[in-house]
Design a protein around this ligand. Structure first.
Ligand code: 6PG
Length: 476
């Protein structure tokens, strides 16, 4: 028998995705370096459903042609090692899909190399974690379109379905586009996680709420446009009892030092390279670094505000918070979409934001009602902040944001994401841009020139010479 799909890597993600495909009547031939573990994981399946191979060569020989092989292995050198091995046994037109969190730059380079051999290499952003892999992930593919069509006939069956039954899988664009949008997804994921942690920190440390009370606030705000997987998850984590000390909450015993596998770091570097303004995403990455340096609570006793010292009307605050969160969410997504627009220019891609958010609607970590709401607007042509939901209420929403920032600041609450995002908003409202003084000073100390509001060209003047006539010298 020849099998439909090959899978290399049967860790939790790979095994769960294999099981998902088998449940959709797709036959799998798989390889993992730990053959014994792989055989044990699939001992209840029959050989028509899955074959566990002892080598990559055996795997390649067992597949229908053109062969379709999914790599579900960690990003990095291991991908190159596996590709080196695969090249020996594959032939022209065969398809390889990298489903790990690889950098789009690596994917572009690998595709180019493999295409010399006639192999078709697709990058696939794969979101949804272990449960998503089993029950339906969100899949963002890119590369050769014909190869996409061939593989997506199978992957569609296993992908999550949105509330209208559409599979959350999409062709994002050429080469590395799929992995790039997964990085953007993760950048937004980092920012949303950071936002939740700041609200939690304020409610817990400054308003003295216990876990259940904080969870109740999250449940109250997680309605309508703010209904989301991450807020639901936050409530579950908050209320989860410690298996070793059932009278306590497990969360209260978890260290506040946040790790990262590298996607947030990659998208932050990329945002700077593309000159895309993404301060909320970058801040969320920096906060994780700081948490590992011990900086976050080094001066813990210096706060002059004690918990509950500044009373506030809780229900009024929660309502304000809800409006503020809608505003923050738009501002965070705006940064993600700006990254995509800049990448379209830089890499000559044609990624459609509306197409992409359809893929994120279910199965992904960003799953939320918000995505259905913003999808009502043409986001490829328009700015997300110009959608009617926001533009008609922009004043009310920005005031709520300001009030929340004010309240948090008065309480000396640590809120780097919220305050950075607020400043990002202010950068768009600053009528009397003050940055002209920087241009003046740069020209004064380094003759770097400046442009004028009322005239074309680059100018310089002799700011510092005490003698002689002052003139504007046109340099360009
Ligand atoms: C997803 C997640 C997934 C993973 C992150 C974790 O969409 O399923 O983004 O890919 O959870 O990579 O990233 P950090 O370890 O960097 O937080």
């Amino acid at each position: 028998m020849r099998y439909d799909i090959g899978i290399i890597g049967l860790g939790v993600m790979g095994s769960n995705f294999a099981k998902n495909l088998i449940n959709c009547n797709v036959s799998i031939s798989a390889f993992d370096v730990d053959v014994m573990k792989a055989e044990t994981a699939f001992k209840d399946y029959n050989s028509d459903q899955i074959r566990i191979n002892e080598s990559v060569q055996e795997l390649c020989e067992s597949l229908k042609k053109p062969r379709k092989i999914l790599l579900i292995i960690p990003a990095g050198k291991i991908v190159d090692d596996v590709l080196g091995d695969l090249r020996k046994y594959l032939s022209a037109k065969d398809i390889i899909v990298d489903m790990g969190n690889s950098s789009h730059l690596d994917t572009i380079a690998r595709e180019e190399k493999l295409s010399n051999q006639g192999l078709r290499y697709l990058g696939c952003g794969f979101s949804g974690g272990e449960l998503g892999a089993l029950n339906g992930p969100s899949l963002m593919l890119s590369g050769d379109y014909d190869a996409y069509e061939k593989i997506s006939a199978y992957l569609k069956k296993a992908a999550a379905k949105d509330k209208f039954g559409n599979p959350c899988i999409g062709y994002i664009g050429k080469s590395g586009a799929g992995h790039f949008v997964k990085l953007v997804h993760n950048g937004i994921e980092y920012a949303e996680l950071q936002l939740i942690s700041e609200i939690y920190g304020f409610l817990k440390n400054k308003l003295n709420m216990n876990n259940v009370e904080v969870s109740e606030v999250f449940k109250k705000v997680s309605k309508g446009i703010l209904e989301s997987y991450l807020l639901r998850l936050a409530s579950i984590i908050l209320e989860f009892k410690d298996p070793e000390f059932p009278e306590n909450f497990l969360l209260n015993r978890i260290k506040g030092e946040v790790q990262q596998k590298g996607t947030g770091f990659m998208i932050s570097l990329e945002s700077i390279r593309l000159k895309a303004v993404a301060p909320s995403i970058i801040t969320s990455v920096l906060v994780r670094f700081m948490s590992n340096e011990g900086n976050v609570s080094r001066y813990r006793n210096q706060s002059e505000v004690n918990a509950n010292e500044k009373m506030l009307n809780e229900s009024e605050f929660v309502e304000k918070l809800r409006i503020c969160l809608v505003m923050l969410k738009h501002l965070i997504y705006q940064q993600g979409f700006d990254l995509i627009k800049k990448s379209n220019e830089h890499y000559n891609w044609n990624i459609s934001i509306n197409n992409l958010i359809n893929v994120w609607k279910k199965g992904s970590i960003l799953e939320s009602e918000f995505l259905y709401e913003i999808d009502k607007y043409d986001l490829d042509k328009n700015n997300i902040l110009d959608n009617e939901n926001v533009s008609s209420r922009i004043r009310e929403m920005s005031l709520a944001l300001k009030e929340v920032v004010k309240t948090l600041t008065e309480h000396e609450a640590y809120c780097p994401l919220i305050s950075t995002t607020y400043q990002y908003w202010l950068s768009m409202t600053d009528e009397n841009n003050s940055l002209n003084i920087i241009q003046g000073m740069r020209d004064a100390f380094g003759s770097h020139t400046f442009e004028l509001e009322d005239r074309e060209g680059a100018y310089h003047t002799n700011w510092l010479e005490s003698e002689g006539e002052k003139v504007l010298i046109k340099i360009k």
